[in-house]
Design a protein around this ligand. Structure first.
Ligand code: 5GP
Length: 191
């Protein structure tokens, strides 16, 4: 029987540098497919539909949930986010490894359904640094930043759920640790 692809789950409070880390990981392992989530949030400047996210309406998302089309989903910062079951299964059934950038609620759902998922949590070096990064990004309103800070504390409190916790203080070091974890998993060492 064909080997099923491994599902790598990366979670982090927004502003911890997760997108950059995921991009760097995919440069090292271009055969890993990045799972493009569905969301009801509005695109940020520079985000491309179908590349960063599939941007859909609340009605559209709720209909997808009702039809059982989502492998996992969650409401984060007042918007729905989720992973398409069909797209995920299309990769995994072909033996292709998939990277999911999802929140803690989604990670728990995925692991309940697929216990072999490899879970990684990215921590910012400190709360102050996280706030500074969110403010520097300049894409979110003050209210959104406060919501994200609150959510971050809740997410960080659940990091022990993850098999691997990486502190993103110095980017190159964090990338090296992330790559090392994936390398070990691929060589059959850890999960
Ligand atoms: P952002 O709005 O900053 O792109 O993402 C906000 C949060 O939603 C992040 O924690 C991100 O990991 C999470 N997220 C993105 N896509 C998904 C998804 O498909 N499922 C779940 N559960 N969370 C997601």
């Amino acid at each position: 029987m064909k080997r099923r692809g491994t599902i790598y789950i990366v979670s982090a409070p927004s502003g911890a540098g997760k997108s950059t880390l995921c991009r760097e990981l995919l440069k090292v392992y271009p055969d890993i497919t990045y799972s493009i989530s569905h969301t009801t949030r509005a695109p940020r400047e520079g985000e491309v539909p179908g590349v960063d996210y599939h941007f859909i309406s609340r009605e559209g998302f709720e209909s997808r949930i009702a039809q059982g089309l989502m492998a996992e989903w969650a409401e984060v910062h007042g918007n729905y986010y989720g992973t398409s079951l069909e797209t995920l299964e299309a990769s995994v059934s072909k033996g292709v490894d998939v990277l999911l950038d999802i929140d803690v609620q989604g990670a728990r759902q995925m692991c309940a359904a697929v216990p072999s998922c490899v879970t990684l949590f990215i921590m910012p070096p400190s709360e102050a640094e996280l706030r500074a990064r969110l403010e520097k990004r300049g894409t979110d309103s003050r209210e959104t930043i406060e919501k994200r800070m609150e959510n971050a504390a809740g997410e960080m409190a659940q990091r022990s759920f993850y098999a691997h916790v990486i502190v993103n203080d110095e980017l190159n070091e964090a990338v090296a640790v992330l790559v090392a974890v994936v390398k070990e998993c691929r060589e059959g060492g850890i999960s």
